[in-house]
Design a protein around this ligand. Structure first.
Ligand code: HEC
Ligand code: HEC
Ligand code: HEC
Ligand code: HEC
Ligand code: HEC
Ligand code: HEC
Ligand code: HEC
Length: 432
C-alpha cells in the first residue's frame, strides 16, 4: 500500500483481520471545541500543516497479544514466525512467557482490562485543577478527553505501553509518516490504582515537546520507544513502524533472533542444524547482559561519572547497578541476570529463591555454598534482599529493586530526585 501523507483523506482499508478500518489519516484527535485554533497551534510543528480539526491517526487493529501469523509467513521469505509458532515445540517456555511482562508490554488498549476499568472515569488533573480528564470506551476504542472550561480535546488511545504489572502509559501516533507520537500526560499506576502524571513529564529540566495533552516525541524518540517494547517494528522499507508487519512485545525472536529457519529445520529432521541466531550456547555472560541492557540499559551507554550509588534514578537500570556490584565483578562471569531470573518468566516474588542464590556464594559451610564469598556479619540467616537489594522509589510511584548489591548504612544520603513525585488521583473503582 502506498504511503499517503498525513492529513490526506484516505478511504477505508482492509486489514488482515477482515475488518475495514477507516483511513489512518482521517481522524482521532477530534477537537470538539471552539478553541481548535489553539489546538492547531499546539500541533503546528508536526509534519505538513493541517487544516480543520486537529487530526491524528488511528489504526492499531492488528496488534494484539499472540497475533497469529499466517502459516505461509507474512510475505515470501519472512524470517520471523511469531511467538505462537514456538509454542508447538516449546510449550513450557511459551506458557511462562505469556504470563510475563515481556509478553504484554505493547498492546492496543482495546485488548486490555484497563480500558473497561477506565470507562466512565473522570478526574481532575493532578497539577491543574481547571483541567479534567474523562475516559470512555466507544466503538471498541478508548477515548481520552481533556476539558478546560469551554475547550474540549479528545484523543483515541491507540497503544498501551506497559503490561500493567507496574503501570500503563497511552500513546497516540500524531504523524505516521515521520513517525511522531504523543505520549499522553496521564498514566495509570497499578500499585496505587490511580492516575497520575506520566513518569518523566514532571522532570527538571522540562523534557522537550510538552503540551496540554502530553509529550510529542519526534521520530528518533518515537522509534526508540517502540523499539524497546517490541520484537520487530516493520518489515517494510518505506515505513519504520507498520502495524501490519509489526511484532509487538518482547517475544521469543527478540532475544533468540528470527526463528523461521529453526522451525523449518526442526520440522525437516529432529537432528538437523537448528540454526537459531541466539540459542543457549551462544550467550556469554557479557553478551547476555548486553542483550538485556539494550532495553534495561547498559553502563556502556552512560558516562562513568553518572554512575553513583547515591543516585536513586539508577535503580530503574538493573544492568547498570548489577555490573557495579562486587558480586558481579569478582565472580569471573559466574553471575548474571540468569542467576536470579528465568528470562521467560515474570520476576519471582519468592524471596527465598533469591536468598538461595546469595547463599550459593555467601553461605556458611553448613549451607554448602558452591563458591566462596564472605559471610554476612549481621544476619547470615536473614532476608538478604531486604537489606542488600531494597526497593527504591525513583520518584515515579513505581518501586524498583536496587540491583547494585552492596552494604548500605541507615540514613545514607541520596541525591535529590530531579522533579517532584507526581500527585496521584485515585480511581473510584476496584483495581482490575
Ligand atoms: C527489547 C527490550 C527488552 C529486552 C531485550 C529485555 N527486556 Fe526485560 N523488559 C522489557 C520491558 C519493556 C519490560 C517491562 C514489561 C512490562 O510492561 O511490565 C521488561 C520487564 C522485565 C522484567 C520484569 C518482568 C515481570 O513481569 O516481572 C524482568 C525480570 C526482565 N525484563 C528481565 C530481562 C532480562 C533478564 C533480559 C535479558 C535476558 C531482558 N529482560 C531483556 C524490555 C526488554
Ligand atoms: C531504552 C529502552 C526503552 C525505551 C526507549 C522506552 N522504554 Fe519503556 N520500558 C523499558 C524497560 C526496560 C521497562 C521495564 C522497566 C522495569 O520494570 O524495570 C519499561 C517499562 C515501561 C512501562 C511500564 C512501567 C514500568 O516502569 O515498569 C511503561 C508504561 C513504559 N515503559 C512506557 C514507555 C514509553 C511510553 C516510552 C516512549 C515514550 C518508553 N517506555 C520508552 C525500556 C524502554
Ligand atoms: C528476554 C529474552 C528472551 C525471551 C523473550 C525468550 N527467551 Fe528463550 N532464552 C533466553 C535465554 C537468555 C536463554 C538461555 C537460558 C540459559 O542458558 O539458562 C533462553 C533459553 C531458551 C531455550 C532453551 C532452554 C533450555 O533449558 O535449554 C528455549 C527452548 C527457549 N529459550 C525458547 C524460547 C521461547 C519459545 C520463547 C518465546 C515464548 C523465548 N525463549 C523467549 C532468552 C529469552
Ligand atoms: C517443530 C518444532 C520446533 C519449533 C516450532 C521450534 N523449535 Fe526450538 N527447538 C526444537 C528442537 C527439536 C530443539 C533441539 C532440542 C532441544 O534442545 O530441546 C530446539 C531447540 C531450541 C532452543 C535451544 C537450542 C539452541 O539453539 O541453543 C531454543 C532457544 C529454541 N529452540 C527456541 C525456539 C524459538 C524461539 C522458536 C520459535 C521461533 C522455536 N524454538 C520453535 C524444535 C522446535
Ligand atoms: C541476585 C539476584 C538478581 C540478579 C542477579 C538480577 N536480579 Fe533482577 N530482580 C531481583 C529481585 C529480588 C527483584 C525483585 C523481585 C520482586 O520482588 O518483584 C528483581 C526485579 C527485577 C525487575 C523488575 C523491576 C524491579 O527493578 O523491581 C527487572 C526488570 C529485573 N529484575 C531485571 C534484571 C536484569 C536485567 C538483570 C541482569 C542485569 C537482573 N535483574 C539481575 C534479583 C536479581
Ligand atoms: C556468584 C557468586 C555470588 C553471588 C550469587 C552473590 N555474591 Fe555477593 N559477592 C560475591 C563476591 C565474590 C564478593 C566480593 C567479596 C567476597 O568475597 O565476599 C561479593 C560481595 C558482596 C557484598 C559486599 C559488597 C561490598 O561492597 O563490600 C555483599 C553485601 C554481597 N556480596 C551480598 C550479596 C547478596 C545479598 C547476594 C544475593 C542477592 C549476593 N551477594 C550474591 C559473590 C557473589
Ligand atoms: C538486617 C539487614 C541485613 C540482612 C538481613 C543481611 N545483611 Fe548482609 N550486611 C548487613 C550490613 C549492615 C553489613 C555491613 C556490616 C559491617 O560492615 O559491619 C552486611 C555485610 C554483608 C556482607 C559483607 C561482609 C564482608 O565481610 O565484607 C556480605 C557478603 C553480606 N552482608 C551478605 C548477606 C547475605 C548473603 C545475606 C542473606 C543471607 C545478608 N547479608 C543479610 C546487613 C544485612
Amino acid at each position: 500500500m502506498p504511503n499517503t501523507s498525513a492529513g490526506e483523506p484516505s478511504s477505508g482499508r482492509r486489514t488482515s483481520q477482515g475488518r475495514t478500518a477507516p483511513g489512518r489519516q482521517a481522524r482521532v484527535v477530534l477537537t470538539l471545541s471552539f478553541a481548535a485554533i489553539a489546538g492547531i497551534a499546539v500541533w503546528g510543528g508536526l509534519g505538513p500543516s493541517r487544516t480543520g480539526p486537529v487530526a491524528s491517526i488511528r489504526g492499531v487493529y492488528l496488534i494484539g497479544r499472540d497475533r497469529p501469523f499466517p502459516p505461509s509467513g507474512r510475505y515470501p521469505s519472512d524470517p520471523y514466525v511469531g511467538p505462537l509458532a514456538c509454542a508447538e515445540c516449546h510449550p513450557g517456555e511459551y506458557a511462562l512467557y505469556t504470563q510475563s511482562g515481556h509478553a504484554r508490554t505493547l498492546s492496543s488498549p482495546r485488548h486490555r482490562l484497563i480500558a473497561s476499568q477506565l470507562d466512565g472515569q473522570s478526574i481532575e488533573d493532578p497539577d491543574q485543577p481547571e483541567v479534567r480528564w474523562t475516559y470512555h470506551c466507544r466503538d471498541d476504542e478508548l477515548f481520552i478527553r481533556r476539558s478546560e472550561r469551554d475547550k474540549i480535546e479528545e484523543c483515541v488511545a491507540e497503544y498501551a505501553f506497559g503490561s500493567g504489572h507496574h503501570g500503563t502509559t497511552f500513546v497516540s501516533v500524531v504523524d505516521p509518516t515521520a513517525p511522531a507520537i504523543l505520549e499522553h500526560r496521564i498514566s495509570y499506576y497499578t500499585g496505587a490504582n490511580a492516575l497520575g502524571l506520566t513518569a518523566g513529564q514532571n522532570e527538571r529540566p522540562r523534557p522537550p515537546g510538552l503540551g496540554p495533552l502530553g509529550r510529542v516525541m519526534p521520530p528518533d524518540a518515537a522509534l526508540k520507544c517502540f523499539g524497546c517494547h517490541s520484537t520487530h517494528l516493520s518489515a517494510r522499507d518505506d515505513r519504520p513502524i507498520d502495524e501490519e508487519t509489526m511484532i509487538p512485545n518482547v517475544s521469543c525472536e527478540r532475544c533468540h533472533g528470527p526463528g523461521r529457519a529453526h522451525v523449518e529445520a526442526a520440522r525437516r529432521a529432529p537432528d538437523a542444524e537448528m540454526n537459531l541466531p541466539f540459542g543457549t550456547d551462544r550467550f556469554t555472560t557479557e553478551s547476555l547482559i548486553l542483550l538485556c541492557g539494550t532495553c534495561h540499559r547498559h553502563p556502556s551507554k552512560a558516562r562513568p561519572e553518572e554512575i553513583r550509588p547515591d543516585d536513586p534514578h539508577l535503580v530503574r537500570f538493573q544492568p547498570v547497578g548489577l555490573l557495579q556490584s562486587r558480586c558481579y565483578r569478582e565472580s569471573q562471569g559466574a553471575f548474571s541476570c540468569l542467576s536470579c531470573h528465568d528470562p521467560h518468566a515474570r520476576a519471582s516474588a519468592d524471596l527465598a529463591s533469591y536468598r538461595a542464590v546469595c547463599i550459593s556464594c555467601h553461605g556458611t559451610p553448613a549451607e554448602k555454598p558452591t563458591r566462596r564469598g564472605a559471610i554476612c556479619p549481621v544476619e547470615p540467616r536473614g532476608d538478604c534482599i531486604a537489606c542488600h537489594m531494597p526497593r527504591v522509589d525513583a520518584g515515579q510511584h513505581i518501586l524498583f529493586t536496587d540491583h547494585w548489591i552492596r552494604v548500605r548504612h541507615e540514613g545514607e544520603p541520596m541525591l535529590p530526585l530531579n522533579g517532584p513525585t507526581p500527585n496521584l488521583k485515585s480511581l473510584n473503582a476496584p483495581s482490575p
